[in-house]
Design a protein around this ligand. Structure first.
Ligand code: FES
Ligand SMILES: [Fe+2]
Length: 354
């Protein structure tokens, strides 16, 4: 069935009134860092007592990027004429005059840390969801897990990545030589509850992908049973859980393992997306060489996604037929279509449409 579903791939099709991930926690230090988030320049830093701060990365005087400056105590110092701003964005000092102009302040954004990540709220301050950010990422900093984290700056709209990671039926095709998990040839069961999307698919014993088998202690040709369960608790993050069962464990040995894939997307500049990925094994102290093998293999596979998604975006951006465009829907698109449903609902709540 062909259908036209507004996707806004060329515009600012992201809700603002929600928590997005600003950075990995270890990226934010007492050296200021510049990051474009939701098409705005943001400077991130830590005060000397470790509190993360996010401010508009634009000095109100001559618009110098504060990220080019330095941190002193809990203040950031503009590199140009030395104005100082506190974590609330208020100017604390103008070096050449005693009086601070009353409008010399910049916007500050609330942050929350969870595990290895820091969330940011850039929407309407009156709408802020003051509960903890919607997704607990504490496991990414839990020593009972062995975690591999990676990051890409991808030149495509964030929804293209969100749809990609929720529809793994592309694995036997795009990743035939990397994932080598070529049994994704039926339709996953998909469900939605509020804004939370889930999919599930169970597989007969087959060799586990070389992206993950080494860290779980399996040989590349050793068959294991799998349940693949995906969850998107927020448009900002989704998980893909590889629940693996060894059908023939050694006596007394553990037979069940989990690899939790994590896919975090944050719109950056128009047409660009910060993509943070994680592969976390529910095993403490996976040997370093197995972790490195996983990192190398995942990166090789995700490079394939990045390449294709960037080609898709470039073509979408240049193709003159976009207004008349339709997409052919497939039965396996269930999770991806629900992403757009959730997105449309959230935009409508902000009185916006695509
Ligand atoms: S531009 Fe920042 S103090 Fe002048
Ligand atoms: Fe992929």
């Amino acid at each position: 069935m062909s259908q036209r579903i507004a996707n806004g791939f060329l515009g600012d099709n992201y809700p603002r009134n929600m928590w997005w991930v600003a950075a990995r926690a270890d990226e934010i230090t007492t050296t200021p860092m510049a990051r474009w988030i939701l098409e705005m320049p943001v400077v991130l830093y830590r005060t000397e007592d470790g509190k993360p701060v996010a401010l508009d990365d634009r000095c109100p005087h001559r618009w110098a990027p504060l990220s080019e400056g330095r941190v002193d105590g809990d203040q950031i110092v503009c590199p140009y004429h030395g104005m100082r701003f506190g974590p609330d964005g208020r100017c604390a000092l103008v070096p050449t005059q005693t009086k601070v102009p009353p409008d010399a302040h910049i916007t500050g954004y609330p942050l929350r840390e969870s595990g290895a990540f820091v969330w940011i709220w850039m929407g309407d301050p009156d709408e802020i969801d003051n509960n903890e950010p919607p997704v607990d990422l504490g496991y990414t900093a839990n020593p009972d897990w062995s975690v591999v984290l990676g990051y890409y700056d991808v030149a495509c709209n964030w929804v293209l990545i969100r749809e990609n990671v929720l529809d793994l039926t592309h694995i036997p095709h795009l990743h035939a030589k990397t994932f080598r998990q070529n049994d994704w040839d039926t339709i996953p069961k998909v469900a939605i509850d509020g804004d939370v999307i889930t999919y599930r698919q169970d597989f007969d014993p087959a060799p586990l992908s070389p992206l993950f088998c080494h860290a779980m202690g399996f040989d590349e040709d050793q068959p294991v049973a799998r349940s693949q369960i995906g969850t998107m608790p927020s448009l900002a993050v989704s998980f893909s859980d590889w629940n693996v069962t060894d059908p023939d464990p050694d006596p007394g040995a553990r037979s069940e393992f989990l690899m939790r894939g994590c896919h975090i997307v944050t719109p950056g500049l128009r047409g660009r997306t910060h993509y943070y990925w994680g592969a976390a094994f529910d095993i403490a102290d996976v040997p370093a060489d197995a972790i490195e093998t996983s990192r190398r293999n995942v990166t090789e596979a995700f490079d394939e996604d990045k390449h294709l998604l960037e080609r898709m975006q470039a073509q979408l951006s240049q193709d003159p037929r976009q207004d008349q465009s339709t997409e052919v829907g497939l039965a396996a698109d269930g999770a991806g279509l629900r992403v757009r449903q959730v997105l449309h609902r959230k935009l409508e709540a902000e009185s916006r449409t695509l």
